[in-house]
Write a protein that binds this ligand. Structure first.
Ligand SMILES: O=C(O)CCC(=O)C(=O)O
Length: 254
């Protein structure tokens, strides 16, 4: 569960770790293997679902250029299409319970999943933005939220997600946030913790200049009855936890 009053007051909330070391070992292994497959270029569909660090401008890394042989996956889209085993964690009832708590209903569907990583030393920063509305997969109303499963935990050093607290209730725009705004807070959390992001809160984050990993599984969930205004782009778009459980079990018995 999350602290709902913090979510409503600040625009984000952090749970204690819900996944243990065994779960984290499985998830980190799955992520590393997906990253290696994507970087190998042997699976064009998987590589096409990725945004690579090499495609990011140096200004997103505080001006640092990549060496000729350096690259990493920044965002890997639709991860369960390429590794259905990850569905087990997405439908974990402790996680879906947090989603139901924040959305005020258990009638929820997944919109999309991705793995957002800020690789050690070369992981890019993320500019201030709100998740609603968005051009990728967006419901008609802000009846949605993003949930991050933080596989490595987050600290200021490894590019923790930063929030402009309270901005979900104001009209401040992304390019008006002063660098020293006292409302800016970073979501520091333990490995296995969950961060719930209000659809209207401004958030972003610094690059990862540290030697530490920072891998997050990001999920956008919505209220089932709220229609999508955009194309259903991913293999899981519109699926309920029960439908994903059925998909996981057919994968496990195949
Ligand atoms: O990975 C992060 O730090 C933030 C992800 C994010 O901003 C988003 O999914 O909207």
């Amino acid at each position: 569960m999350i602290n709902l009053s913090a979510y409503e007051h600040d625009g984000f909330a952090i749970s204690g770790p819900i996944f243990d070391e065994d779960d984290l070992t499985v998830m980190r292994g799955a992520v590393d293997s997906l990253h290696q497959r994507a970087l190998s270029g042997n699976e064009p569909d998987l590589s096409d679902a990725c945004v690579f660090e090499r495609a990011q401008p140096a200004r997103k890394r505080n001006g640092r250029e990549l060496a000729a042989d350096q690259d990493a996956v920044f965002i890997l889209g639709d991860p369960t299409r390429f590794d259905p085993g990850l569905l087990k964690f997405i439908i974990d009832t402790r996680l879906t319970g947090i989603v139901a708590q924040a959305l005020g209903t258990a009638d929820i569907v997944l919109h999309f999943a991705n793995i957002t990583s800020k690789a050690p030393k070369i992981g890019s920063g993320i500019s201030w933005h709100r998740d609603f509305p968005n051009k990728y997969i967006c419901p008609a109303e802000p009846e949605m939220l993003r949930i991050m499963i933080c596989l490595d935990g987050m600290q200021t050093d490894n590019g923790a997600t930063a929030f402009v607290t309270g901005s979900h209730k104001s009209s401040i725009s992304a390019n008006e946030v002063p660098a020293n705004d006292p409302c800016i807070l970073t979501a520091q959390c333990a490995p296995g913790a969950i961060v719930a992001i209000h659809p209207l809160v401004l958030h972003g984050g610094t690059p990862n200049a540290s030697a530490l990993q920072r891998r997050n599984l990001v999920l956008q969930w919505g209220v089932a009855e709220c229609p999508l205004m955009t194309e259903a782009r991913e293999s899981v778009t519109g699926m309920t936890p029960a439908e994903m459980a059925a998909q996981l079990s057919s994968h496990q018995t195949a």
